[in-house]
Every structure is written in structure tokens, then in C-alpha cells.
Design a protein around this ligand. Structure first.
Ligand code: F6R
Length: 606
């Protein structure tokens, strides 16, 4: 989603800003812009499309500056146009970029128009810059003007502002949309994600909700929501820079699919002692909470929601606790029932997903015994606002379609299941012994890539597809369908195979490929009957099956054999062939694999 980079320095910052935006490209966007201050001269350059268009426009304009703010926009209010791209400017004096949504923009716009402000865009953001300009006439400093303005904004924002009268100052404010300050020597930076700033610094300060900060070349002053000066923790980033390079791979998504054995290994490292899970991987107070917990409520969105759905099977089967799983955008807008001794678990790659964060904040007022997040980004909002956190160690995930974050979430959820079982005196050894084998099993499964690439040819001209699974493989079928639709744009639906005859069978014909996930477990015979129902109606079937499942390839069925794995880890293992299938279909179709149309990586607006 939208990205922000800003700098206040002695040296020209054009290249730093453009490089920062490029490093945020993975988040998804449709236009970009930059405002630069060269002394007291303010220049703005914008372009629709990729950051490289902005880079070319900047070169052509020949402008530079030592203070600047830059933005990639993912359209919410107003179409994809240069006029709607940020930065927005008020009266040729104040420049502003914004991530998030100002919900009361319509009333603010009317009031500002009444006061003579002229609007040049259709965005909700433009009201911010005009309001700050108006308040600037009443306050002696830009800081005070921004502090006064933020009190009038309803909604979410991470915003960065400067006034052309002072090229040694940018003011930043955070409410609902993350911002991180990067500290340099005689220069300082701001960004919506530390990845943007890794070429210039590794020392960061995360702003907290309600913070407003004044950043100059040599100082950073932070004020909390009540205007009190506060100190926030300074952290050293341990993200490796090459995480944002593709290496030998054609796409980030492929690289990230292949990184899964290592990502799982890293997620397990130091967290298993013999056949037990080291419970402190979840946080200091986890042990008592796991002893007392009777119910788990999981909340997440998209792919992360699918990992939660798998966990429901595990938690109820192995840990003896009941479990509900709900999409965050539904949970946050309904009155739900809080069970006794209920643990709230959010799952998120980014830790910044607006709906998941809002659901956590709501749940914290509802009487859960504790909140826990399973998350991939240290220091993210979900991690900071939850009582317990289990960090997946997938490393930076750049491809918009989530892959290694999903499999490491599953590992975290298996470890949660084993930990609760352990504290309740139930068998956890089966899970732990199976998890230890996972990295090697994933490596073996990746060897199927060539066969899957061949299979993908058969999907390239298809418009619809159906994914089937049973038990804990049903959410894996859902995840497979999501991957295929988001990167290849082929319509894909997933069904619990037993549901077929209740409606979807009507869709079956030779143009609708059916993808079946078939490990060798107690549901195999049931699944085989479902497959026969499809065959009898002329469907073409692609089965990812355990070697011992005895499916045979023929005219209407293509079988890809997966090595046998213990059923408890099978959902993790069977995810990989489905990821590879989506990837190769997308490559054949020539879509933008890493940045599929209309999608954003970190969904920081609701
Ligand atoms: C799909 C995908 C999304 C995310 C969803 C939640 O490949 O990546 O469905 O899973 O937007 O994001 P996080 O996990 O960051 O909360």
C-alpha cells in the first residue's frame, strides 16, 4: 500500500528518496511523487505508474533538494492521476504526504473551501495540507500547527510535512499508520517501513500511536498524543539488506518459495528442546496463560486467515481447547461472545494490517485473558500492542503474494498447539518430532517444481478453477485458490470436497480444472469418492497426492506425487506445490507476479 520516504540532510536527497520508494514498490502502488526543498525553493514532481517514471521525470526536470518527501500512492479517494498523486501542496508553501484515510475529509473540505482554499485533487489527503496551512497562520511553529491539525482528523494517518520557509525541518505524525525515523550523522530520515532506509541507516526509532515528531538534520524531538516530550526506544535493525534483492531468481515470489526450508529452520531455531517447545518463544507470561487457556479466538485477514483456519484443526485435535477463527474485518464490526479463559490470537505477516489491528484493539476491551500475535515484523504495531508475540523468522517478504510468511505462521501455530498441549499434560511429542522433519520435507517437495511447471501449461487458457481439500487441507485448498487468483487472475474457488454435491458440481466441465490436495490420511477414501463424482461429470482433475494414495494419471487425471509426510505437517508441505503451480501459471500468462494488479502488500487502510 502507500509508501513514504523523507529526508532532511546537507547533501542532495533525490537519489535517497527514489531508492527508498523503489524499496517500497513491493507494497503495491499506482503513482508516485516527490517534493524537494533547495534552500527555500520548493519543487514537486509526480508521475503515474512505476517509480522509474518518477525517476525519469525528476531527471528531466533537473531539480534537486537537501530536504524532501516522497510517496507511492495506492488510490483510495480519487482516480490514478498526477493531480491525485502526493505530495499535496498548500499555497506553494507547505508540502505533505500521507498514508491512510481521513474519514471526515468531506466536512473539512467544505469548511476549507468556505475559507477560500482551492482544491486541485479528489483526495482525502489534500484537506490535511490546507488545514495545516490555515493553522500555520495562528501558530508560531509548524510543529504546533500539525499538533493542532491532527486533533481534527478522524481516521488513520502517517503523515510527513514541511514548510518551504525552513529547509532544516520536517514534521511527522502517526495515528494508525506506521512511521519509523531513521537516524544518520548530520542527517535524519523518515519512512513508512525501515526497508526503505536500509541503504542510509540501520538505526531506527518507531513512532507510537499519537506521536508527533520534529526532525532536523541534527535532532529528533518526539511528543506524545498529549503533547508531552517523550523518548522512544532506539533500535538497531537486523534485517539483511540483500533481503530486498532477487538474487538468481526471476521473481521475488519464486525466491521466497525456495527460501521456505530456511525460513522454517530459522523459525524453529533455539525454540525446541528435545521433544518440547521452549514456551518462552511466545513471551514471559506464556506458560501460565497456556495452562489456563480453554478457548482460542483467532483473527486475521487473507492468507494469514487461512493459516488460522488450519490451526483450528490442530488446536481442537491435539491441545484440547476450542477454537474460533474469524476474518478481522467481520470480527471488528459485530458483537461477539468471549468464552471463559479465552486467548485472542492475531496472525499477520506485516503486523500493520488495519483490520487486524482494529480487531485487536477492540478485543482488548472485551475481557480476553490475554492477546497474542504471530507476526513476521519485529516492532510492528501488532507486536507492540499484544501481550505475547511469537515472531516468525521468514525474513522480509517482498512478493505481494504471501508464501514463506504463511508456512512460518503454520509452524508458529503448530508450536502454539504443542505448547498448550504440553501445559495441559497432553502428548506434544508427535507434533514436535514431525516439525523437526519439516525443513527437509519442504526441500524434497521443492524438487517437484519442473513437473508442476509442465502442468501449468494446461492452465494458461483457463478462466475458472476449483480447489478441493478435506480436513486441515481444506484451508490449504483455500490458500491455493487465493494464490492462483491473485497472481494469475484466473478465477479460483476452494471447497471442502464434501460440499461439492451441495452446489458446485453444477460447474464441472472440461474447461474447469479441479485441483485436489490428497495426502494419505483417514479422509483419503472419502476424498477419492468426491474425485470420482467429478470424473463422472467430465471434469479434468489435477491431484497432489501422497505416493501411497494410489491415484493413477490418465486422460482425465494428472497426478503429482508428493513424498509421504506425517499428517500433522502435511498442510505445510502441500502448500508448496500449490504455490509453485500459481507461480508458473502466472509466468506463462505474463502477469506482474510480484506486484499483481490492484493489490498491496501491507494493507494499512480498512
Ligand atoms: C495474499 C496476502 C494477503 C495477506 C493479507 C493479510 O497472498 O498476502 O491476503 O495475507 O493482506 O496481511 P498480513 O498477513 O500482513 O496481516
Amino acid at each position: 500500500m502507500c509508501g513514504i520516504v523523507g529526508a532532511v540532510a546537507e547533501r542532495p536527497v533525490n537519489k535517497i528518496l527514489v531508492e527508498g520508494l523503489k524499496r517500497l514498490e513491493y507494497r503495491g502502488y499506482d503513482s508516485a511523487g516527490v517534493a524537494l526543498l533547495d534552500g527555500n525553493t520548493l519543487n514537486t514532481v509526480k508521475a503515474v505508474g512505476k517509480v522509474v517514471n518518477l525517476e525519469n521525470a525528476l531527471d528531466e526536470a533537473g531539480v534537486k533538494g537537501t530536504t524532501g518527501i516522497a510517496h507511492t500512492r495506492w488510490a483510495t479517494h480519487g482516480g490514478v492521476t498526477k493531480a491525485n498523486a502526493h505530495p499535496h501542496i498548500s499555497n506553494s508553501e507547505i508540502a505533505l504526504v500521507h498514508n491512510g484515510i481521513i474519514e471526515n475529509h468531506a466536512s473539512l473540505r467544505e469548511a476549507l473551501k468556505g475559507d477560500g482554499y482551492e482544491f486541485l485533487s479528489d483526495t482525502d489527503t489534500e484537506v490535511m495540507v490546507h488545514l495545516i496551512h490555515q493553522l500555520r497562520q495562528q501558530h508560531t511553529t509548524l510543529l504546533a500547527s500539525v499538533q493542532a491539525a491532527v486533533k481534527q482528523f478522524d481516521g488513520a494517518f502517517g503523515t510527513v510535512v514541511f514548510d518551504k520557509a525552513n529547509d532544516n525541518e520536517i514534521i511527522v505524525a502517526r495515528s494508525g499508520s506506521p512511521l519509523v525515523i531513521g537516524l544518520g550523522l548530520g542527517e535524519n530520515f523518515i519512512a513508512s517501513d525501515q526497508l526503505a532506509l536500509l541503504p542510509v541507516t540501520r538505526t531506527f526509532i518507531y513512532l507510537e500511536e499519537g506521536d508527533v515528531a520534529r526532525i532536523t538534520r541534527n535532532s529528533v524531538e518526539i511528543f506524545d498524543v498529549d503533547g508531552n516530550a517523550v523518548k522512544r526506544e532506539v533500535i538497531e535493525s537486523n534485517i539483511t539488506q540483500d533481503a530486498s534483492g532477487k538474487g538468481e531468481y526471476r521473481h521475488y515470489m519464486l525466491k521466497e518459495i525456495y527460501e521456505q526450508p530456511l525460513a522454517v529452520r530459522n523459525t524453529l531455531e533455539g525454540r525446541l528442546n528435545d521433544d518440547r517447545v521452549a514456551i518462552d518463544a511466545f513471551g514471559d507470561s506464556a506458560q501460565q496463560i497456556f495452562k489456563d487457556v480453554k478457548h482460542v479466538q483467532i483473527i486475521a485477514c487473507g492468507t494469514s486467515y487461512h493459516s488460522g483456519m488450519v490451526a483450528r484443526y490442530w488446536l481442537e485435535q491435539f491441545a484440547g481447547v476450542s477454537c474460533n477463527v474469524e476474518i478481522a474485518s467481520e470480527f471488528r464490526y459485530r458483537q461477539s461472545f468471549v468464552h471463559e479463559n479465552s486467548l485472542l490470537v492475531t496472525i499477520s505477516q506485516s503486523g500493520e494490517t488495519a483490520d487486524t489491528l482494529a480487531a485487536l484493539r477492540l478485543a482488548k476491551q472485551q475481557g480476553y485473558m490475554a492477546s497474542m500475535t504471530i507476526c513476521n515484523v519485529p516492532g510492528s504495531s501488532l507486536v507492540r500492542e499484544s501481550d505475547l508475540a511469537f515472531m516468525t523468522k521468514a525474513g522480509a517478504e517482498i512478493g505481494v503474494a504471501s508464501t514463506k510468511a504463511f508456512t512460518t505462521q503454520l509452524v508458529g501455530l503448530l508450536m502454539l498447539t504443542a505448547s498448550i498441549a504440553q501445559e495441559k499434560g497432553l502428548d506434544q511429542g508427535t507434533i514436535v518430532n514431525a516439525i523437526k522433519l519439516l525443513p527437509a520435507k519442504l526441500e524434497e517437495t521443492l524438487l517437484l517444481a519442473d513437473g508442476i511447471a509442465d502442468l501449468a501449461e494446461e492452465f494458461a487458457d483457463k478462466h475458472h478453477s476449483l480447489f478441493l481439500g478435506r480436513g486441515s487441507q481444506y484451508p490449504i485448498a483455500m490458500e491455493g485458490a487465493l494464490k492462483l487468483k491473485e497472481i494469475s487472475y484466473i478465477h479460483a474457488e476452494a471447497y471442502a470436497a464434501g460440499e461439492l454435491k451441495h452446489g458446485p458440481l453444477a460447474l464441472i466441465d472440461a474447461d474447469m480444472p479441479i485441483i485436489v490436495v490428497a495426502p494419505n490420511n483417514e479422509l483419503l477414501e472419502k476424498l477419492k469418492s468426491n474425485v470420482e463424482e467429478v470424473r463422472a461429470r467430465g471434469g479434468i482433475i489435477y491431484v497432489f497426492a501422497d505416493k501411497d494414495s494410489h491415484f493413477e494419471s490418465d486422460d482425465t487425471m494428472r497426478v503429482i506425487n508428493v513424498n509421504h509426510v506425517d499428517d500433522v505437517i502435511a498442510p505445510v508441505v502441500y502448500t508448496l506445490p500449490l504455490q509453485l503451480l500459481s507461480y508458473y501459471v502466472a509466468v506463462i500468462k505474463g502477469t506482474d507476479v510480484d506486484q499483481p494488479r490492484n493489490l498491496a502488500k501491507s494493507v494499512t487502510v480498512e
